[in-house]
Design a protein around this ligand. Structure first.
Ligand SMILES: [Zn+2]
Length: 343
């Protein structure tokens, strides 16, 4: 196994994704590069023992390459002739190698390193620009993280069904389907025009009205655009933050606090469902404040009404949340119940 350090280590994450996502992407690039080189070494060892002449050819090619470099650097009156005779000799050696490989029924490029991405040779960068293979990996890991924590990888705008919402007025005289169509529309627009310094959203309403579904549909589109999204239920996130706080040093590599504070979009699902302590209240207040101060968007969903929120987090935090976030109140009947009854 070759030990190699990738190019990524020297590069600061320039946008969006958390350090954890970069670490995972780098790990995958290292794995690909090492596998490619290991395979080439293995092929070389096999072929050298089967056809020893190929080892000689490889050596001669390397020597003549070195001589060509010397001729080019030191020049001299004979260097053009020297270079052209070296070139002719190289071509002959390469031809001989192809023939030998052919006779062993092997492809002409059998001894070359076959990178997954030949463009960047699995380093993730072309000069200083991120290669598209790295972009793809970052998106893949970001998306995996969202679906792992949500367990709801299939939530998209396309499968958000308005037909589950009643189209007759409720006791407030509002037609849930009409209200929800408006909310769906606003969320689609938000996702389409998503910006890492855009608005924060507050989804309010009872359980089972599609708050998580729409948050994840937004998350999906933001990730597709290459933004770093961190999704967590408030209980889960607070567990992580608390573990870190009390162990002083996290055993895991992931810095959840850093990720929650700095990702392009934080989705804090089910605020108020967490087990409440002085620590959790302070941690949530701090998180919401940091993100507002830095103008980073957050989507908070909650089943609690204003007075319940105030009781938990204090008037100041709640009024901050209500003033600075664009609020949507979901309505209708519990969709999970309806779905269960349908089956
Ligand atoms: Zn690449």
């Amino acid at each position: 196994m070759l030990l190699l350090t990738g190019n990524l280590q020297n590069k600061e994450p320039d946008m969006g994704y958390s350090k954890e996502i970069y670490r995972l992407a780098q790990q995958e690039l290292d794995r690909r590069r090492n596998t490619a080189r290991d395979t080439a070494e293995k092929h070389q060892a096999e072929i050298y023992s089967a056809i020893p002449r190929i080892r000689e050819i490889q050596k001669e090619l390397a020597d003549s390459g070195l001589r060509a470099v010397q001729a080019a650097i030191y020049g001299g009156p004979n260097s053009p002739q020297a270079l052209s005779s070296l070139r002719i000799k190289n071509q002959a050696l390469q031809m001989e190698r192809v023939k030998l490989l052919e006779s062993a029924r092997l492809p002409a490029d059998f001894l070359e390193v076959h990178y997954t991405c030949p463009k960047c040779q699995d380093t993730g960068y072309i000069i200083n620009r991120r290669c598209e293979c790295l972009e793809k990996l970052l998106r893949r890991f970001a998306y995996r993280q969202v679906s792992e924590s949500g367990g709801l990888g299939e939530c998209r705008f396309e499968n958000f069904l308005l037909s589950y919402y009643p189209d007759i007025p409720n006791q407030d005289g509002k037609i849930p389907r009409k209200i929800m169509a408006g909310i769906l529309n606003s969320c689609q627009e938000y996702a389409r025009n998503f910006l890492p310094n855009g608005e924060s959203l507050l989804f309010r309403g009872h359980t089972g009205l599609g708050k998580t579904h729409l948050s994840l549909a937004i998350a999906y589109e933001a990730i597709e655009k290459g933004y770093g999204v961190y999704y967590a239920s408030s209980q889960r996130l607070l567990d992580k933050l608390q573990a870190k706080q009390f162990q002083r040093q996290a055993k895991e590599d992931t810095d959840y606090q850093e990720m929650a504070e700095n990702c392009d979009l934080l989705i804090l699902d089910d605020l108020g469902a967490e087990y409440s302590t002085n620590f959790t209240v302070a941690a949530l207040q701090n998180l919401i404040n940091v993100r507002l101060t830095e103008s980073r968007p957050t989507i908070v969903s909650t089943n609690l009404n204003t007075s319940m929120l105030t009781e938990r987090y204090g008037e100041r935090s709640v009024s901050r949340l209500l003033c600075s976030y664009r609020a949507f109140t979901f309505c209708g009947d519990d969709i999970r119940m309806i779905k269960r009854m349908e089956h």
